[in-house]
Design a binder for this molecule. Structure first.
Ligand code: IPE
Ligand code: IPE
Ligand code: MG
Length: 254
């Protein structure tokens, strides 16, 4: 009765139960490079190829929103050369991948404080959003200069301003009002991830989607992000499909 469910690669995914929103903390690029005696940026370059593979795989599986943590509000602490390289990645990524995004009907969305990014980075990101605006398949949502504590502070300020200006009563502040003030609000009913994946063996959240993951299924894998494959994503989703999500209730029909 309490037997642990075994997951093996022969098992097939139930395509009618694919998580709507998958969020990924793409970690381990630096370690991938160091293991090969390469500079850390070589890991970020390879990690960008993984983003392409996983975007296509997720879209083909029927994921509705794929949120990728690309740069945190804390990542500015890294050496200038590494930060500069990370800031150049959106340009490299979108310059040749937009046609494939369009071919896969994937639209680009970005959350984070974009105005603090170098102008060129802002420009290429806004262009990618524009170039894919007509796609109505999966949303590829990049968290770029994103930090969840910052997001919560900004939401609180916005709500406080609405109360101060008389447009909102304090008593009317509820989950829906709060969710609406967060950076994921444009994702509507898919704002909260169903499945959160973190690669590289670290088991922490690192300031990612703190409000939104209240009931997400968490999946940690030792694989480094540049090694993560379409089959790794399928395995994570298969594991998700074996979990019982109760949301505080009790399991039905038992
Ligand atoms: C994740 O890989 C990418 C970013 C945080 C931008 P890391 O660069 O954190 O790789 P490790 O954790 O040092 O191996
Ligand atoms: C989290 O990874 C941020 C991103 C993947 C963009 P970090 O490598 O920055 O997180 P910590 O420092 O290990 O917590
Ligand atoms: Mg890391």
């Amino acid at each position: 009765m309490f037997r642990k469910k075994e997951i093996n690669d022969e098992q097939t995914l139930d395509l009618s139960r694919i998580p709507n929103h998958v969020a990924i903390i793409m970690d381990g690029n630096g370690r991938w490079a160091q293991k090969r005696h390469l500079p850390r940026i070589a890991g970020h370059k390879r990690g960008m190829e993984t983003v392409k593979t996983i975007t296509k795989a997720a879209s083909q599986l029927g994921v509705k929103v794929l949120t990728l943590y690309a740069f945190s509000t804390e990542n500015w602490k890294r050496p200038e050369q590494e930060v500069n390289y990370l800031m150049s990645l959106p340009g490299k990524f979108f310059s040749n991948f937009v046609p494939e995004l369009v071919a896969n009907n994937v639209s680009v969305n970005v959350m984070g404080e974009l105005d603090q990014l170098p102008e060129e980075t802002q420009k290429v990101v806004l262009k990618a959003i524009d170039d894919t605006a007509d796609c109505d398949g999966m949303i590829l949502n990049f968290a770029l200069n994103y930090g969840s504590r910052r997001e919560i502070i900004l939401a609180t300020k916005q709500i406080a301003n609405e109360v101060q200006s008389g447009n909102l009563a304090t008593d009317d502040i509820d989950s829906a009002v709060f969710s609406n003030a967060l950076m994921t609000s444009s994702l509507g009913e898919d704002a909260d991830p169903d499945l959160l994946i973190r690669t590289s063996g670290e088991q922490r959240i690192s300031n990612f989607l703190l409000w939104q993951i209240a009931y997400s299924e968490l999946y940690f894998t030792d694989e480094l992000w540049p090694d993560f494959k379409a089959s790794s994503l399928k395995r994570a989703i298969l594991t998700f499909q074996h979990r019982d999500r109760r949301f505080g209730g009790i399991k039905q029909n038992k």
